[in-house]
Design a binder for this molecule. Structure first.
Ligand code: COA
Length: 199
């Protein structure tokens, strides 16, 4: 199915195409990036192309390239989309490290959640995060995700078992966070509808 790009405040989420793959391969071979991901082993372009061919045939997975002013800086995806129970998992990576902590990940996540709860019609979105990934935890909580529990020793990362934090957000929770964001002074300023002058 042909999908349209999703527009955030600063990012555009464009359906992942073959042209995006070489950049994905370089990110998934960067230890500073994979430190925060479930995957660790080296990845070749051939493996990525095989994965992409399988991905194109799937109906329960949608991956988007995160673009900022036309530059591909990362990916975000809905995985295991379950239309019966109206739930999915979300995963995000910003592979261009100088783009970390500039608000792009949060914008991409909110854009993906608007799509997931709006267009796809989901009720719940889940994710797992390695417990030492403080930046991701902060961003997810700011987007409205709540902690469900700990999956103990779930991954073997560089010869050490690590816990995963299971988080989720429900459609009503996201709607509340969006409403609160829209009425906050910072959000009004960002949208160009606020005033910086004192009354
Ligand atoms: C996690 C990731 C997606 C977040 O995207 P991002 O664009 O860097 O995040 P944002 O800038 O939108 O938000 C990060 C927030 O965390 C804060 N932060 C940064 N470093 C932090 C730290 N060490 N501890 C706590 N908070 C931190 C930032 O100040 C910002 O908060 P603010 O909006 O209140 O100022 C991105 O950094 C990334 O892809 N990292 C590598 C791969 C990864 O971790 N993927 C997620 C796997 S679960």
């Amino acid at each position: 199915m042909r999908r349209e790009p999703l527009r955030g405040d600063r990012v555009v989420l464009r359906p992942l195409e073959h042209e995006h793959l070489p950049r994905c391969v370089s990110w998934f071979n960067d230890p500073e990036v994979t430190r925060f991901l479930a995957r660790e082993t080296p990845l070749t372009m051939e493996q990525e192309e095989r994965w992409y061919k399988d991905y194109r045939a799937k109906v329960d997975e949608e991956i988007y390239a995160i673009e900022v002013e036309g530059r591909h800086i990362g990916n975000i995806g809905l995985h295991s989309i379950d239309r019966t129970n109206r739930k999915a998992n979300v995963g995000i990576v910003i592979g261009e490290k100088e783009c970390w902590s500039k608000g792009f990940g949060g914008d991409a996540m909110r854009t993906a959640l608007r799509y997931a709860f709006g267009t796809v019609g989901l009720h719940k979105v889940n994710l797992d995060v390695i417990e030492y990934n403080a930046r991701a935890l902060h961003m997810y909580e700011k987007c409205g995700f709540v902690r469900e529990g700990v999956r103990r020793d779930e991954l073997l990362k560089r010869e050490r078992y690590v816990n995963l934090i299971r988080m989720s957000i429900l459609e009503g929770e996201f709607a509340r966070v969006e409403r609160e964001r829209l009425v906050s002074p910072a959000a009004r300023r960002q949208a160009g509808t606020g005033t910086s002058r004192p009354r």
